[in-house]
Every structure is written in structure tokens, then in C-alpha cells.
Design a protein around this ligand. Structure first.
Ligand code: NAD
Length: 427
């Protein structure tokens, strides 16, 4: 194993603190966080204390930290979508390699620029496409690469966003408005487009796409709906999107059911009923889902024609009870069906009995994207320490392909499904 690595974290929010920061703390023999940048005082204090970062290395912005001479091997860029490109470029110019949160950028010229700077500066950049590192997708990739399914002709994938996740992130929260973040097909589905391209082993040639903001609009508000869920809403009882249900009573997400992690911990640190009620009274998460200022889609389908001849489809929908991904891979010699939520795969070579692979229990931390957060961190550290090679990891070069497909899909959707070619976007 190589020398212990030094890291700086830019953005000590949900991902910086709870995903990568928390993983680094379990790998102290391999990586040490030596500085952090975070404008929010409480997050800065909690993050700084957790990693034992001295007071003079706790910066109130990435810009401030990056104005100092290089102080670590890599920077973990965990700021918001529209900040990634600027922070990553400044960090690369300062000499840092990068662990970069997705999406890299929703702007094509920024994507092209970041690739250019990485090449000019000779920096290693890995994008946080965490799904590649899950036992679920890792096993699918091995099955495909074994050749047992023959040549892959079609893949049908579904991103089950889940009704409350849509309400939390894409109706009430940070990712609700495209101009402030990204189109949802990039924000949520660059992961899906990344694993589809990776599994297929081919770049995408062209895409077409349809989708809309179907439901979370004022005209769909039930009778008697209030502007905020706590303000005497008459539709409360029957509305599954009611904020009290999602953050307090729901068995999967409610604080009163013992769920103090995501999404409740986004509303406040160490959530309690009292703190959540306070946040719902005035904050964005207490708003009626039919009366927010959201404009991103709640459903979208994408058709992908791949350069190797395969044709793939991706459906993203808010309207699902369970989360995770479902997938069917169709090859010339066999097919594979998988449900990531159940962590189950069923593989059938034509004419033979199906083989079922139960992956439950293989992900050490099934909360962190089915083990993907940890898998990514381990792969990144291996890569940085020379134990893993370029072709096996979500480097900038390979990750950009999913972003091009997402931007092309959004262009197509806005043009009523007109096919969009990817090649001209690569220059
Ligand atoms: N890889 C994944 O699976 C995955 C999952 C969720 C989110 N994300 C992405 O991760 C990124 C962060 O998401 P999050 O949920 O942690 O959001 P967040 O809002 O909780 O965290 C972002 C943090 O950046 C801080 N920040 C803002 N301006 C800053 C600046 N100039 N310098 C330093 N810090 C600054 C904010 O105060 C905040 O604490 C987003 O781009 C999101 O799309 C990726």
C-alpha cells in the first residue's frame, strides 16, 4: 500500500460530511483530511472537529482554501452542481488531483473546459458515479464480461426515484429548478447513463427523449390544499406527500419512527421532532408540493442508440413506491434481470435453468448507495496509490460520456423527441 494520502474537502454538506468525510474517517490509515472549506458555521465546526482539522485550516469557502498553497494530494469537490466546474478547475490549477461530485457541470462548454484543464495540468480526476462500485452493478458487469449472455442487444433500465425522494429533492429542495442546478436527467440519471454506457461497453451515438413535469403543479393540488402542510391543510390525510408524514411519521423516513438520517438530517443537524416541526413551519420542506417553484421533470424516458449497435432505454419516474434501480439486460445467449432495492439478480442462459444471485449483505453499508459510496472511496484511494488503473474507474474521460448523453436527452426532450447526435458534442 502506498503512502498515506492527504485530502481537503470543499463543501461539508450532506456528501462532504456524511458520504466521503465519513468514509475517510474509517480509513484513517490510508487518508487524512487536513483542511476543509464550508460557509455554514455549524457544518464547518462539526466537520472540522470530526477530522481534527486545526482552526487555521477551516476555511469559509473553497475560494479561500484554494487561494492558499497546495496542502494535500487531492481535493474532494462536494459543493453544489453549478459550483463543481469552477472549484475543480481552480483546484487542478493549484495542483490537486480531484474526487469530483456529479454532475461535473450542466454546461457543455464547462465540460469541455474541465477535460482540457485536466489534460493540460496532468491531473487525475475521478467522478463520483457511485453505482459502478456497488456489488449489484459490479456483478452485472462481470456477468456481461463473462460472455455468458452473448452480445448485448438491449438493456431496459428503470430509475425508481420514489415518491418522497422526488418531493424532497426535486420539488422542495435544491434540485427543483433547472437554472439553479441541472436538468433532472443529468442530476439524477447521470449515474444511470454512466452504468448503461459502462455495461454496454460502447459509447452512445444518438439519443431521443420524452418527459415532463406531469404532476407537481398548482392545477393538480387537491381541494382544500394549503400552501404549507402545517397550515391547516384539508387534503393532509390522503396526501402521501404531506411533509409531516415524510419527515415525522412515515416508517421509512419519519423521525418519530427512529429515522434520523437522510432526508430528515437535511432539514437540521441531529433531528428531533421539535427541530423538524420548526423547520417545516417556515423552511422549504414544509411547502405544499403543488405550490412550490419547481420546474424540473418528474418523469422522463431516454432511448440510446449505441455505437456498437445495441439499443438501450432508461425510464426515470417519481411515481414509484420503492427506490433503487431495476434492469433487464438482453443478450444473444441469455438475459439478466435485476432489482437493486432487493439486491437480487436472475440470470438465464437460454435453454438452461435460471441462476439467482442474492447480493443482500454484500454491501457493507447498504445505505450509502447500495455500498457504492464506500466502493468508490476504496477504488479512488487505490487509483491514487497506483493500485488501480485508468480503465477500471470512473475517470473524467469516461464519465463525461454520461453527461453528454444526458445533455443530449434534455435537448431532445425540449424538441419533442427529435434525435440528437453525440459526436459533435465531444469536440
Ligand atoms: N454521487 C452521488 O450519488 C450524489 C448524491 C447526492 C448528491 N450528489 C451531489 O453532491 C453535491 C453536494 O450535494 P449535497 O447533498 O452534499 O449538498 P449540500 O447542500 O448538503 O452540500 C453542499 C455544501 O457546499 C457548501 N458550499 C456552498 N458554497 C461553497 C463554497 N463556495 N465553498 C465551499 N463550500 C460551499 C454548502 O454550504 C453546503 O454545505 C451536489 O452537486 C449533488 O448533486 C451526489
Amino acid at each position: 500500500m502506498g503512502e498515506k494520502l492527504k485530502a481537503v474537502i470543499l463543501g461539508m454538506g450532506s456528501r462532504g460530511k456524511n458520504a466521503y468525510g465519513a468514509e475517510f474517517l474509517t480509513l484513517k490509515d490510508r487518508v487524512e483530511v487536513v483542511a476543509i472549506a464550508e460557509p455554514d458555521e455549524e457544518r464547518r465546526r462539526i466537520g472540522g472537529d470530526a477530522h481534527g482539522v486545526p482552526a487555521d485550516k477551516r476555511f469559509s469557502s473553497a475560494e479561500e482554501l484554494l487561494a492558499c498553497p497546495k496542502m494535500a494530494d487531492f481535493a474532494c469537490v462536494c459543493t453544489q452542481d453549478r459550483q463543481h466546474a469552477g472549484h475543480a478547475v481552480a483546484a487542478m490549477k493549484r495542483g490537486y488531483d480531484i474526487l469530483l461530485e456529479k454532475p461535473v457541470s450542466p454546461i457543455l462548454s464547462e465540460l469541455q473546459n474541465i477535460v482540457r484543464v485536466a489534460n493540460e495540468e496532468g491531473r487525475r480526476v475521478v467522478v463520483c458515479h457511485v453505482l459502478r462500485y456497488t456489488p449489484f452493478f459490479g456483478t452485472i458487469k462481470k456477468e456481461i464480461d463473462s460472455g455468458r449472455l452473448g452480445r448485448i442487444v438491449n438493456i431496459q433500465a428503470i430509475e425508481n426515484v420514489r415518491y418522497f425522494h422526488q418531493a424532497h429533492s426535486y420539488v422542495r429542495e435544491n434540485w427543483r429548478r433547472e437554472e439553479e442546478t441541472s436538468p433532472m436527467i443529468l442530476a439524477k440519471c447521470c449515474h444511470d447513463l454512466d452504468y448503461l454506457i459502462w455495461l454496454c461497453g460502447s459509447r452512445c451515438e444518438r439519443v431521443s427523449s420524452f418527459g415532463s413535469l406531469f404532476y407537481f403543479r398548482p392545477e393538480n393540488a387537491p381541494e382544500g390544499a394549503a400552501m404549507r402542510c402545517l397550515d391547516g391543510c384539508l387534503a393532509k390525510e390522503t396526501c402521501p406527500y404531506d411533509a409531516e408524514k415524510i419527515y415525522l411519521t412515515n416508517k421509512d423516513t419519519g423521525v418519530l419512527q427512529g429515522n434520523t438520517g437522510w432526508p430528515a438530517d437535511v432539514l437540521c443537524e441531529n433531528p428531533t421532532e421539535e427541530k423538524i416541526r420548526e423547520a417545516l413551519k417556515k423552511g422549504p420542506y414544509g411547502r405544499c408540493v403543488f405550490h412550490c417553484d419547481n420546474d424540473v421533470v418528474d418523469n422522463q424516458i431516454v432511448n440510446l442508440q449505441m455505437e456498437n449497435g445495441a439499443a438501450l432505454t432508461l425510464t426515470m419516474s417519481a411515481f414509484t413506491s420503492g427506490g433503487g434501480r431495476t434492469i433487464k439486460v438482453m443478450g444473444t445467449l441469455g438475459d439478466l434481470w435485476g432489482d437493486m432495492d432487493q439486491n437480487i439478480l436472475r440470470i438465464t442462459e437460454y435453454g438452461k435453468e435460471p441462476r439467482v444471485i442474492d447480493l443482500a449483505g454484500q454491501a457493507e453499508d447498504s445505505d450509502g448507495h447500495g455500498g457504492g459510496d464506500r466502493g468508490l472511496v476504496l477504488a479512488f484511494l487505490d487509483y491514487m496509490q497506483g493500485l488501480k488503473k485508468d480503465g477500471t474507474i470512473s475517470t473524467l474521460e469516461t464519465s463525461i460520456e454520461s453527461h453528454l448523453a444526458a445533455l443530449a436527452a434534455e435537448t431532445s426532450r425540449l424538441r419533442n423527441g427529435e434525435p440528437v447526435e453525440i459526436a459533435p458534442m465531444r469536440s
